[in-house]
Design a protein around this ligand. Structure first.
Ligand code: UTP
Length: 290
């Protein structure tokens, strides 16, 4: 049983987005829209729906648009008010009232582990959630809520995982799982981006975590790993060796929208689900010939 509640989330969004160049040369990858909403807003809304109110976004050079997006936009609001666009006005206001936002700049994109370490002084001595800003998870129960529920039951770090195809294991952190019950595993080890024949399972860590504050002291001592980046996976490995850690299979559809093909697939999925456009978009897609 957990003794503390999870009330803060870190959203790392300081990466260079090289897989999406040139679009990400001067604009944040996390601001790419799925239909009409930027990727990072999906992550923020997921965290808020999971009960989180304090959101720490890790940003970097060229990422100012993220701060503007979640801020008040006085001029825009005035124009919408004057032109009687009340629904849009409400939506624009709602975005700036979603949560308490705090931004920290990661000076160099030195890896996900380093990005999380940047928020150490704002987290203090509490467990916290991490949501990667370019992963969108479409789920009936928000993915972060699924993880918090398990954290409240078990009181250990919780990683969100999903099974991936054998040829995809080399794109992810992969866990060594010990089954506990359906969809729940004890994590005994982790490996970052293994070759398919080295992978201990096909359970990939998918960008949703509940972590204890003790991860920070481990991150401080974690040397650069793969790609010369401070890898969160390396620190998680040390954490799993020191104390129990669990992974739960997240129910929902995950989109790696930081990848071009993943982004295109997510656009189709969200386009088809869109109440205004879905039917017309489906008719258009049906009419395409290849
Ligand atoms: P990715 O590896 O998907 O992002 O990191 P990237 O490095 O921006 O993308 P590519 O591989 O070059 O295309 C996952 C998340 O962690 C953040 C990214 O912004 C992304 O949301 N991140 C990554 C940081 O905040 N800082 C870093 O140093 C690296």
């Amino acid at each position: 049983m957990a003794s503390q509640t999870v009330s803060k989330a870190i959203i790392p969004a300081a990466g260079l987005g090289t897989r999406f160049l040139p679009a990400t040369k001067a604009s944040p990858k996390e601001m790419l829209p799925l239909v009409d909403k930027p990727l990072i807003q999906y992550a923020v809304e997921e965290a808020v729906a999971a009960g989180i109110r304090d959101i720490i976004v890790i940003t970097g050079r060229g990422k100012r648009a993220i701060e503007d997006h979640f801020d008040l936009s006085f001029e825009l609001e005035e124009v919408l008010k004057e032109s009687g666009k009340d629904t849009l006005l409400k939506e624009i206001r709602r975005i700036s009232e979603l949560a308490n936002f705090c931004y920290i700049r990661q000076r160099h994109a030195r890896g996900l582990g380093d990005a999380i370490l940047c928020a150490q002084h704002l987290i203090g001595d509490e467990p916290f959630a991490v949501l990667l800003g370019d992963e969108v998870i479409d789920a009936a129960v928000p993915a972060t809520r699924q993880l918090i529920d398990l954290y409240e039951e078990l009181g250990t770090p919780i990683l969100g995982v999903q099974e991936v195809a054998p040829e995809e294991v080399s794109h992810y952190g992969i866990i060594t799982p010990k089954p506990v019950r359906s969809g729940l595993f004890r994590v005994t080890d982790l490996i970052e981006k293994p070759a398919p024949k080295e992978a201990p399972s096909r359970l990939a860590v998918i960008g949703r975590y509940i972590l204890p504050p003790s991860i920070f002291s481990i991150l401080e001592k974690t040397p650069p790993g793969k790609n010369q980046e401070i890898q969160l996976t390396d620190a998680l490995r040390r954490l799993a060796q020191a104390a129990p850690m669990h992974a739960c299979v997240v129910n929902g559809t995950r989109h790696d929208a930081g990848d071009k093909l993943g982004f295109l697939k997510a656009t189709v999925a969200f386009g088809l689900k869109n109440p205004e456009l879905g039917d017309r978009f489906a008719r258009y897609l049906k009419g395409l010939t290849f």
